[in-house]
Design a protein around this ligand. Structure first.
Ligand SMILES: Cc1cc2nc3c(=O)[nH]c(=O)nc-3n(C[C@H](O)[C@H](O)[C@H](O)COP(=O)(O)OP(=O)(O)OC[C@H]3O[C@@H](n4cnc5c(N)ncnc54)[C@H](O)[C@@H]3O)c2cc1C
Length: 436
């Protein structure tokens, strides 16, 4: 890329204490470095590009939106209506359905990538990013497919590795003894391979519920482990999106009234879910989402299968043996396979040496929404708002606006320094501060 300046030799010294004789390529990036080429990284890069700021995107996998392309099941559709999921500067095609399929979403992202001429560096994983106080710049170290090492040096670092970077795999006693497959939903593609099998799905979030439905449709016999209380809402009520309705109501009413209305409507359309073994939390669905980030389940037909007995609801697991799962209520049942719909977590603490913006505990910004997008020394986060793609768009726009100001100020300094002639002009301003 023409805006990348390769720095040979010793212009940037290795201050991490690693073996400096290693063949590490150093690259000085004039604009920001963005880690992750999911929807958030792409949105940030597009907003920057729109404002004339070039960036470099680093992605560990071999494609954009790897969560959608490589780690999701075939029947997946956007859970929310498309108008709440579009990235900045490019709406979804009008002919797309309200809930685009995963392939349609990926096609949209591919078009987005082309439109803004984004060229992520694929197969490069960021292992370490640290602010160098001497240089006043970030050092971002990556490893490629064949162990080749790179170090990008940049003034701005944008973290876009997502809330779903690593699978959460619980440790359950006896797991190793189980003779059937135990797989995370990130590798589940379709229920076809489980036809005729007894499958235990662990976790009742949107993925767990949808995988159960997929297994039912594939003539498997799913059971669902429900350990915690959960809010189940209809995805739509009389053709109106529950999410859209909630967003609209929130403009006029306090969240508690919106919750009461949602719970009444859910009871009307879905009945009493606690009778099916799915107790509701005391706090309402939107208030809970705002306080903890826990997303309500938007039902797409699973509840009807639970009601009809096609999906069994089970309590928490105590122990697993060769073919059996022992539950906390003392019951035990035979299963052929176990699917872990146990979610994901951020991987930021494993590579970012910063404790200011991100929490070391959960890898999410410490400051609650809407203040978690910006840290110190040119560090930014996009897509960590627990508000899906809507949150991504908000972050991306704010980041681009912020960086554009600094970028333009720097360019002015740079140009005046370049054209300064002692005879004709006053002295140039001091060189740009590379701090924050
Ligand atoms: C099944 C499912 C359905 C969903 N449906 C919706 C929906 O309908 N609407 C909605 O708004 N949200 C939805 N979400 C939320 C989802 O998180 C977003 O849709 C979106 O994928 C988030 O984008 P992101 O770019 O922040 O993270 P990701 O899509 O996870 O992208 C992060 C990228 O960073 C890369 N990466 C991670 N670590 C490194 C590293 N160290 N070095 C280099 N690259 C790295 C990853 O490979 C990945 O490509 C859904 C999530 C799931 C799991």
């Amino acid at each position: 890329m023409d805006f990348l300046k390769e720095m040979e030799g010793k212009r940037v010294h290795d201050s991490f204490g690693k073996n400096t004789t290693k063949n590490v390529r150093h690259v000085c990036v004039p604009g920001p470095v963005i880690v992750g080429a999911g929807p958030s990284g792409l949105a940030a890069a597009a907003c920057l590009s729109d404002r004339g700021v070039p960036s470099v995107i680093i992605e560990r996998s071999n494609c954009i939106a790897s969560l959608w392309q490589l780690k999701s099941y075939t029947r997946l559709r956007l859970h929310l209506p498309k108008e709440f999921c579009e990235l900045p500067l490019m709406p979804f095609p009008a002919e797309f359905p309200t809930y685009p399929s995963k392939q349609q979403f990926v096609d949209y992202l591919e078009t987005y990538t082309k439109k803004f001429d984004l060229k992520p560096h694929f197969n490069e994983s960021v292992d370490c990013a640290e602010y160098d106080h001497n240089l006043g710049l970030w050092r971002v170290k990556t490893t490629g497919l064949h162990n080749e090492e790179m170090e990008y040096v940049t003034r701005w670092l944008i973290v876009a590795t997502g809330e779903n970077a690593e699978e959460i795999v619980p440790v359950i006693e006896g797991m190793d003894e189980f003779e059937g497959p135990i797989v995370h939903t990130s590798v589940y593609k379709s229920g076809n391979v489980f036809r005729g099998k007894r499958v235990l799905v662990v976790g009742c979030g949107n993925s767990g519920m949808e995988v159960c439905l997929d297994l039912c449709n594939s003539d498997a016999s799913p059971s669902l482990v429900v350990r915690n209380k959960a809010h189940i809402l209809p995805r739509e009520m009389l053709g109106v999106s529950t999410f859209g309705l909630s967003m609209w109501l929130l403009k006029w009413l306090h969240v508690r009234y919106v919750d009461q209305l949602l719970l009444f409507l859910s009871w009307f359309f879905l009945g009493d879910t606690s009778r099916l073994g799915l107790d509701r939390p005391k706090i309402g669905p939107i208030e809970l989402k705002m306080a903890t980030g826990k997303t309500p389940v938007l039902d797409v037909g699973t509840l009807a299968e639970i009601r009809s007995g096609s999906i069994k609801v089970c309590p928490g697991i105590k122990q697993i043996s060769t073919h059996k799962v022992h539950f906390v209520n003392g019951r035990a049942e035979d299963f052929d396979a176990i699917i872990l719909a146990t979610g994901y977590k951020s991987n930021v603490p494993s590579w970012l040496k910063d404790t200011n913006l991100f929490s070391e505990e959960d890898g999410l910004p410490k400051k609650p929404f809407p203040n978690g997008w910006k840290g110190e020394y040119g560090l930014y986060s996009v897509g960590f708002t627990k508000r899906g793609l809507l949150g991504t768009s908000m972050d991306a726009k704010k980041i681009a606006q912020d960086i554009e100001l600094l970028w333009k100020a720097d360019s002015k300094h740079y140009l005046s320094a370049l054209f300064y002639s002692p005879s004709s002009s006053p002295p140039p301003p001091p060189p740009p501060s590379l701090g924050h």
